[in-house]
Structures are given as C-alpha cells and as structure tokens.
Ligand binder design. Structure first.
Ligand SMILES: NC(=O)c1ccc[n+]([C@@H]2O[C@H](COP(=O)([O-])OP(=O)(O)OC[C@H]3O[C@@H](n4cnc5c(N)ncnc54)[C@H](O)[C@@H]3O)[C@@H](O)[C@H]2O)c1
Ligand SMILES: CC(C)(O)[C@@H](O)C(=O)O
Ligand SMILES: [Mg+2]
Ligand SMILES: [Mg+2]
Length: 347
C-alpha cells in the first residue's frame, strides 16, 4: 500500500507495481467470478478479467444484452448463464446490474450468498441507501467494491490500448479476512490503472454528485447556456458550437488533461489568460450554491430515490431514450454532427 501526497493530503493508493497482475491471479486462482449484468460495466469488467486470465462467467437475463454477450464470446452453459445459475456457481458475485435492478434481483442474489463468498459492487449505492434498496448482506460474506471512475466503455478501450482507468475501492465487510486481497485483486483484474481508498458511503455520494455535476449535468447546462447566448446575439451555429464545444474537446481539454489548467491557460493568449483568470471567479460564485444544493440532495438520499423510482419502471429505458433523443436533436448537438464530419480525420 503506497501513501501518496495529493496536494498536501496523504491517502492510501494501490498500484500495479505493488500488486502486479500475477499476484492478483494468484489471489483469485480458486475463485469463480460471476459478473451479473451485461450493460455498460458488465462487458468492460468481464472481458478485461477474461483477457487477464481470470476464471470469469457472466450472468444475464435473456434478451438483447444476452445476445451481445454471446457475440462477445461468452458461451451459454459454459461461461454464460442466467442470473440465478451464475450466482450459484460464483464465489465472487459481481453485481453489475443497474442500481435499480439490484433491488429487484436482490432476493435471487441473496439466496446464493453462502458463507465465505464475496459480494462485489462497482458503486456504493445499494449499501449506502439500503434503507431504500433493502440490500442487507449476510454477516458471513465479504462485501467489497471497486468503482471505476469512468464509463465501462472507456475501461475496456483503455485496457485494449494498454492504459488503465483509475478506480476507487472499499471494504464494507471483511468476513473471511481475505477481503482486502480480494478487492485489490479484482481491481487489478478488471484493468484499473491504480486504486484509491474510499468507503461505500463516500463513493456513492461523490459519484452521484460528480455525474450530476461537472461530469455530465453541469457540463451540458454550462455549454448550452453559452451556446444559446452566442446564438441569441446573432452568431451562427458553427461559430457558437466551435467556440463552445469543439475547441474545448479538441484543443484545450487535452492540454489540461496532460498538464493541468495553468498549462492550458499558458498555451493561450495573454488576452485569454487575463479574461479567464477574471471570469473564473463569477462562474465559480454563481455555480457553488447549485453544487451545495446538489450535494444536499444526494446526501439526503433524494437523488437515490429519484433514480430508484424512475429506473424501476418497466419502460424506464424507452423514457430515457426519448430524453436522449431530444438532446441529440437539439440545434447544438445537430451542429456537432456536422462539425465532427468536417474534422479532416473523419473525411
Ligand atoms: N455505466 C458505467 O460505466 C458505470 C461506471 C461506474 C460504475 N457503474 C456502476 O456499475 C453498475 C452497473 O451499471 P451499468 O451502467 O453497467 O448498468 P446498466 O444500466 O447498463 O444495466 C446493467 C444490466 O442490468 C440488467 N437489468 C436491468 N434491469 C433488470 C432487471 N429488472 N432484471 C435483471 N436484469 C436487469 C440489464 O439487462 C443490463 O445487463 C451500477 O452499480 C453502476 O452505478 C457504472
Ligand atoms: C461513468 C460514470 C458517470 O462515472 C458512472 O458513475 C456512471 O454512473 O455511469
Ligand atoms: Mg455513477
Ligand atoms: Mg462515476
């Protein structure tokens, strides 16, 4: 376990150097890992585990995603099963169902949580809000979490590129004395670049805040507000889109991803630097109360309840797709389609 200094705060971090893949394979050599659910995280984690040489099976209900699992090389009756059979065969049950579906499937999973097994999650949701989810594991199983900090799609593509998405990890219950080895071995096995320590509660609240905030909700709100302002003042769609989205993702974001915000600023004009250093303050002050409101809504369990209520509906997927369609068909993102086509590498 490395102690790392993050801007003056010391935290526990586990790296591939300290816990190599060979060690992870050794720790899990007698385990059967069942990845339950094959949506976004399911394929990423199960395929990385398989390619890394672990004994992994998939549990998925029949339907389109089951067929996708078959197309990905999972073999019915050998490495691909229904949810119940996979849980029965597993020693580590990796619950990668949607957070709402974890509630519906909990009775099936719980039935097969015999002593010494491990219950694995990639989100603190089910445990943190178990007054709402009803997920209360028996005392004689390990309860562990590895939460990749990004999409399962990126987990897989970064793995195939020889990179690694970072993940947080937590132990909620160590019944066997092996929970730490199991959780780190799983984290390395799914292809994490490194693992930082958290708790189920801290992961659940930071994750819901992040995705509603800067990662997904706030970014769309902020981009749209600027796009609309430019359009309302007579700028063309291509100009508004380029000045709002395209330049951000293509030119400036890679700079701050590589070496930080000051590096990105330093590679822009002094005119831009003066304005950005001045205007970051009012943007911060305007949004801080919204982030406070968001955090409270998450911490109070209201965001979890909204997710449970809406995503437990039989037609939740169709309804989400309708809203995504409206986003896709908005002028800003339709402009994006044309702008992306004009990128020389796409011609
Ligand atoms: N999507 C991501 O990239 C991501 C990133 C980090 C953590 N997570 C966490 O990983 C877990 C899985 O998320 P996901 O986005 O991959 O899930 P998802 O929404 O893609 O759904 C996963 C699976 O749930 C199954 N499912 C849905 N309803 C069901 C039901 N009623 N009965 C049986 N199966 C049902 C679907 O068939 C699908 O295979 C969640 O805890 C999520 O918070 C996801
Ligand atoms: C990929 C995210 C946003 O980080 C994850 O938290 C999710 O819920 O999909
Ligand atoms: Mg999330
Ligand atoms: Mg997340």
């Amino acid at each position: 376990m490395a102690k790392m200094n993050f801007g003056g705060v010391i935290e526990n971090v586990e790296t591939r150097e300290e816990f190599p893949l060979e060690k992870a394979r050794e720790v899990l050599k007698d385990e059967t890992i069942a990845v339950i659910g094959y949506g976004v995280q399911g394929p990423g984690q199960s395929l990385n585990l398989r390619d890394n040489g672990f004994n992994v099976i998939v549990g998925q209900r029949p339907g389109k995603t089951y067929d996708k699992a078959v197309a990905d090389g999972w073999v019915p009756g050998e490495t691909l099963f229904g949810i119940e059979e996979a849980c029965e065969r597993a020693t580590i049950i990796a619950v990668l169902l949607s957070d709402a579906a974890q509630i519906a499937c909990w009775p099936t999973i719980e039935k097969h949580l015999t002593a010494g097994k491990a219950l694995y999650f990639s989100h603190g949701f089910a445990i943190t809000w178990n007054d709402r989810t009803g997920v209360v594991p028996p005392k004689d199983v390990d309860v562990i979490m590895v939460a990749p900090k990004g999409s399962g799609t990126s987990l897989r593509t970064m793995f195939l590129e020889g990179r690694g998405l970072n993940s947080s990890y937590a132990i909620y219950q160590d019944a066997t004395g092996k929970a730490w080895d199991r959780v780190i071995a799983m984290g390395i096995g799914i292809g994490s670049g490194y693992l930082f320590e958290t708790t189920f509660q801290r992961e659940a609240t930071s994750d819901l805040t992040g995705e509603r905030g800067t990662l997904m909700g706030a970014i769309q709100g902020l981009l749209l507000a600027q796009y609309e302002t430019l359009r309302e003042h007579g700028h063309t769609p291509s100009e508004a889109f380029n000045e709002t989205v395209e330049e951000l993702t293509q030119s400036l974001m890679p700079l701050f991803a590589a070496k930080g915000m000051d590096w990105m600023y330093a590679n822009c004009s002094t005119t831009a630097q003066r304005g950005a250093l001045d205007w970051m303050v009012p943007f911060h002050d305007a949004t801080k109360p919204v982030f406070e409101k968001l955090y409270k809504s998450v911490a109070d369990g209201l965001e979890a309840q909204r997710s449970i209520d809406s995503n437990s509906q039989p037609d939740y997927r169709e309804k989400l797709n309708e809203e995504l369609k409206a986003l896709r068909e908005s002028e800003m993102w339709q402009t994006g389609v044309v702008v992306r086509k004009l990128r020389p590498e796409n011609n």
